[in-house]
Design a protein around this ligand. Structure first.
Ligand SMILES: O=C(O)CCC(=O)C(=O)O
Length: 244
């Protein structure tokens, strides 16, 4: 997920899809337990390795009737286009990030190109991206792209190197999808790790309001970020590996 986020209080003031950070928003502390689900964390651990810690706890929220169209992309907006190399999307480059959508109403807005996270673009995908390494034009037809409907209460876990988009021609139901990101603290972070705004979660008064398990994850997040302060290191050749 690539957005900087909308303030919780702004929800509903415009006909658009909102992306609201729950982590760092004092009024949202009581819902944060929803981002610490042991069954989900077990699967994250199987996928990434030991010691999963949170790097995103957000909600996608949209009201019925709203049209939503975010172009096809991989979550590589932080990387300058001329530094995006095919190697980043190969099995030889372990991606220390898992993203999760857990909808409270049926999820109807996520589209994906299955399997695209572990290979570079095909020539047909390159054509759909029309020369962009970040976002395809919003009207691009992406070969192999399919919608993923997720029943309410079910969770979808995905590697966000996947080619994906958010699209809905007109929401039939509200969208209230919990969106979470985790990484393994045992391994060096990815560029995606740096998207969580640091200032709000570093405030001791805010931290004091958190439940112990979430607070522990936040403290570990901040510690790892201090150990690896330079996001631009994370896509350099040879970067992935155990955390020091
Ligand atoms: O709305 C969605 O589920 C997709 C969001 C997304 O791809 C993004 O923000 O990077």
């Amino acid at each position: 997920m690539q957005h900087l986020g909308d303030p919780l209080d702004s929800f509903g003031t415009r006909a658009k899809q909102y992306y609201i950070h729950m982590l760092g928003t004092p009024r949202a502390t009581s819902i944060l337990h929803a981002y610490h689900i042991p069954a989900v964390l077990e699967i994250v651990e199987e996928l990434l390795g030991p010691h999963p810690i949170i790097n995103n706890a957000s909600i996608f929220a949209t009201n019925p009737g709203v049209t939503y169209n975010l172009g096809w992309h991989r979550d590589v907006i932080q990387i300058p286009p001329d530094e995006i190399r095919d190697e980043l999307f190969s099995p030889a480059w372990p991606h220390n990030s898992v993203q999760i959508n857990l909808p409270l109403y049926e999820e109807q807005s996520l589209w994906v190109v299955p399997g695209s996270h572990r290979r570079p673009n095909t020539p047909a995908e390159d054509a759909a991206f029309a020369g962009s390494k970040h976002y395809a034009p919003v009207d691009a037809a992406m070969p192999g792209g399919i919608p993923v409907k997720i029943p309410a209460g079910h969770a979808l876990l995905y590697n966000n190197n996947l080619i994906h988009r958010g699209y809905n021609a007109g929401m039939e139901t509200p969208r209230r999808t919990l969106h979470m990101g985790y990484h393994s603290a045992a391994r060096k972070p990815t560029w995606h790790f740096y998207l969580l705004p640091l200032a709000p979660i570093s405030d001791p008064a805010y931290q004091a309001r958190l439940q112990p398990r979430i607070r522990g994850m936040v403290e570990e997040y901040i510690a790892l970020r201090q150990r690896y302060p330079r996001m631009e290191d994370t896509w350099q050749p040879g970067w992935p590996g155990p955390a020091a």
